[in-house]
Design a protein around this ligand. Sequence first.
Ligand code: GLA
Length: 388
Amino acid sequence: MISDDVQKEFNDKFGYDSSRVFFSPGRINLIGEYTDFNGGHVFPCAISMGIYAAYGERKDNTIRMFSGNVPDAGIVEISLDNLAYNKADSWTNYPKGMMVQIIEHGYKIGHGFDLAVYGNLPDAAGLSSSAAIELLTGEIINDVFSLGISELDLVKYGQLVENKYIGVNSGIMDQFAIGMGKKDQAVLLDTNTLDYDYVPVEMGDRVIVIMNTKKHRELADSKYNERRAQCEEALKRLQVGLPIKSLGDLTESEFDENSYLINDDVLIRRARHAVFENQRTLQAKDALVNNDLKTFGKLINASHVSLHYDFEVTGKELDTLAETAWKQPGVVGARMTGAGFGGCAIAIVDRDKVDAFTKNVGDVYEKEIGHPAEFYIAEISDGPKEIK
Ligand code: GLA
């Protein structure tokens, strides 16, 4: 049990027993990639792989944090009186950033604490380990200090941590998927209005397999911010002739008829991805509601192709996984998930073919890329909570 491990880790590092244990899930996105900062729809779900935290109260203003996943960082000790970003503080910048947001929004964190975290969510693998640690911190502080912050506000604070503290201009998808996660449900979110709908993920004899490229990447070093800037520039050019607020306002044909306004091949491809992906996401939701997994699979395949050619965020590792998956028996669809540039892909696979699937895709991947991939079966889970 990981929750036992994290309590043991706490005792080893801090020399007393923790009083409470919390958990936050990671997420996968079924479809709707790079639509969240374009006013479009996303369709993610929280997963049972996540991060556990053991908590112990302190009377002073000191905060000590240790992660079993980043043992080299050791025990990071900070003070509530200085929560400024500091590269040397390693992963603890995420909890620190969350504390800054909570305080800036007028809440009081009454005293320090000790925290040991440990999880089975692979780090920097595109399953939102950073949003998980943000929402985990939010959950703990909200609960321990009885602050009464709504889950939606914690979600928004998490995005602000990325945008203002870490320097990644990400959208709201990851924090929303995690904060609002519900067992066995995906959430269709309109990122323009923040209206959302839960949709049961019922795949019958099929399962969602997560395929990890094991190619690490940090969004802060990736082309993520460049992609966002390209979408914004394309929108600006379209707005010269069209009364739109975001790329998500356009249908496919409206885009095709007006793309000449963008007048740049790279920017046209970036924007085309955002527009078409948004429409695919709506179609995919309908397909899932109608139990039409064949259509759903075709849409997720098309999403990957668009992320490869138009948005250019896949790379050899993710392409090898998705393209090899497409050729396997019992697969209805496969695509990269999350920001890309490495990280993970997902595939929807007949349950009784999963062993052959992971063996075949794993063999091809290792031969082509030179290191093994990892495979996990996704279970769709609830959002952050106290577990002990
Ligand atoms: C990352 C970001 C999200 C979203 C995805 C791409 O996960 O944090 O906001 O933009 O990439 O869909």
